[in-house]
Design a protein around this ligand. Structure first.
Ligand SMILES: [Zn+2]
Length: 323
């Protein structure tokens, strides 16, 4: 029964991914008629109507050999990749729902769906879908549209009504769990927004150019509203690491380093969502213990510090050359 549910979640993810392709393509369009999300899909090359059997997620791209049936123009590999990515995220969500809630419960031998866990699954599924759409739109256009981030913040705050989504703000049992959960969402949104705003202000003061936009501030408010303040901080931390690694590789290869920050934050949010407890245990328990007990610790720390300094040096030199 559990496996059936996971396969179902992956299939749902593939279909949602197919819809996200439409969102990523149509939302940034200038022409309001082309911006509408309704209506049938048309070929972006020749405008022919795409029939349903040529629009099956991932499968159609493979069957058609990456070429449109109508005009034989190539179909970008990005479309099936977005579908596979969303399917993979939904599968992961079905297997490891944050908070460890079990969706299917056995009551007197009959399997039924736990309503609270199903709600948590739905909210997290919407959150993941928003992250996928926002990442690709930001990558294409350097913009994070309000039309996605603002409803995302609202839904994250509403999600606080279901205790446990963003955690609880305190252990004080004299206050109702619902109130503590809503407060956790609100504080999460505030911290996500505040941290990003501060980094943005300090960054533009130090580097004399804008490292992050207001869209990133709203994206982080949404992350905090869904996941709570601890995960918002972890998301920012992980986003910076992912950004430094990918940016550093790009700089060393001499490519374009002007990749927007939104996709890095989204990757950080997904890691924070699924691996928060493991990372916190590693950073604050496993690592300090190892550092105290191991003779190799100073050497590893030294190499890591030297590598970070070298990376920073390369990045600063590159940005000087560009400006
Ligand atoms: Zn065509």
């Amino acid at each position: 029964m559990g496996t059936l549910f996971e396969v179902g979640a992956a299939l749902l993810g593939a279909c949602i991914g197919s819809f996200l392709n439409v969102v990523v393509w149509r939302l940034p369009q200038e022409d309001p008629r082309r911006r509408s999300l309704g209506g049938r899909s048309h070929c972006p090359h020749c405008g022919a109507l795409i029939r349903w059997f040529d629009n099956v997620p991932i499968v159609s791209w493979l069957v058609l050999g990456a070429r449109a049936r109508c005009c034989k123009k190539p179909i970008a590999i990005r479309y099936p990749l977005v579908e596979a990515l969303t399917a993979g995220l939904f599968l992961l969500l079905a297997m490891r729902l944050p908070g460890g809630t079990v969706m299917l419960v056995d009551i007197d031998g009959a399997t039924s769906i736990d309503a609270a866990a199903a709600t948590a699954f739905g909210l997290h599924a919407v959150f993941l879908s928003l992250l996928v759409a926002l990442s690709f739109i930001d990558f294409d256009t350097q913009l994070l549209p309000d039309v996605l981030t603002k409803p995302g913040i609202a839904l994250g705050l509403l999600g606080g009504l279901w205790p446990g989504l963003a955690g609880l703000i305190s252990d004080d049992t004299s206050t109702s769990p619902a109130l503590r959960s809503v407060l956790a969402s609100l504080v999460g949104a505030g911290v996500g927004c505040g941290v990003t705003w501060t980094i943005r202000a300090v960054g533009s003061w130090v580097f004399k150019k804008e490292a992050m936009g207001l869209g990133d501030v709203k994206l982080m408010a949404m992350v905090g509203a869904f996941l709570g303040w601890q995960s918002a901080l972890l998301t920012m931390f992980l986003g910076c690491i992912v950004g430094a690694v990918i940016g550093g590789i790009g700089a060393l290869r001499g490519g374009n380093t002007q990749i927007p920050f939104g996709p890095y934050l989204a990757i950080g949010a997904v890691i924070a969502m699924f691996a928060r407890d493991a990372i916190v245990t590693f950073l604050f328990t496993t690592w300090p213990e190892w550092q105290r007990g191991s003779a190799a610790a100073p050497f590893v720390l030294g190499v890591a510090a030297a590598a970070s300094l070298l990376l920073l040096f390369v990045l600063v030199r590159r940005s000087r050359r560009q400006s």
